[in-house]
Design a protein around this ligand. Sequence first.
Ligand SMILES: [Zn+2]
Length: 411
Amino acid sequence: MLVKGVVFRLASDLPPEASSLLEEFRLAVNKAIRASLDARVSSRNGISKLLYRTFREEHPSMYAKHLVSSFEVAAGILKNYRKRLRNGRPCGMPFVKRLMMKAENQAYKLDRTEGIVDLPIRAGCRVKLRLVVSRYHRSYLNDETLSLGSLTVLPDRVIIAFRKEAPRPIAASSVLSLDTNERSLDGIFVEGGRKGDTSCIQVKAAFPEVAIIQQRHHERRRRLQKKKAHDRRLTRVLCGREGAREHHRIDYRLHHVANGVLEFAEDHKSAIVLEDLGNMRMNKNKILNRRLSLWPRRKLHQIIEYKAAWKGILVIKVDPRYSSKRCPACGRIPDSRMGTEFACECGWRMDRHINASMNLLQTAISKGLEVAGGLRFSPGAFQHDVVMTLYEPAMAARSELNGTSHIGVTS
Ligand SMILES: [Zn+2]
């Protein structure tokens, strides 16, 4: 089952009944966290068994389903807390700071035509929340194949989870093979012709701003650390805030990049080949390490993968070993040091990123990637004079700002 959270702004302020529900919910979650830590239980059922009766007495007016949902939220937070502890990362007592509440899908109603959430507060008291509905939101509300998941209410917005069965991957008739770099995705688009001839052109999705943003925030954090060296707590708070801002800004851009790639893949019925970054080791040199920080690339892959799953586009991840070193024409592994160009003694020369993407594609084909009508990829079919732009920063300026969303996968 695929789940996608869509953010809706509220058309007006939260009614006071709903605000007090949010406060009560937050209180319940925080109390549940403390009590569960004391009693050493962490599962939702465990917490429910432990606390339901007392909570029922302490929050007599709260809708029972909301109460159970507060246990679920607490269980989720405890899970993260235990993970942090296991990994030896410092963390204080967990708690929910922001006002929030979460309702399971049986615990609220949504009028999908009008865009109105009907939320029970307690017996005999319900509130209606009018949502701001853009064209983007309309596409989710109108899609009848999507069922509703949980509802998260925040003071100024709600997040509605839409769910659907994972669609069967569309039979691919072409392939996008992409090498992921710090500032761009570079690769090739390969399509079989009617007479069995294969065309292969260069594709590019450039996101130079991501590295610039990372650099700028890194410098800002370093300055903060120097300036506030006398106050470590303050430094941590300020740096954390910087980090959140950085992630947010980069995330936003990566979503646009992924959309560019997926629109192209959808139009051309392409399967997508990416390298598996999972095994990539960090360099021991710290400076280099930071410069090559992998998280935006991992994040980009994550976004591409779940957006592709939602659309039924096949994504194949392959082991990138030797992808930057092997000659796709003859298979040799020349031991030359690399510049921007890959050169082999057989005479093959190619931009090294494009070269890597060809190797990724060959690996994917050898692992059984199939394309409708067959695909005989030969590096020689590469057309040197054509570049297809999947995304460039100027394209973000043109696209509509339509809220953020994210998808998770549940079993
Ligand atoms: Zn060669």
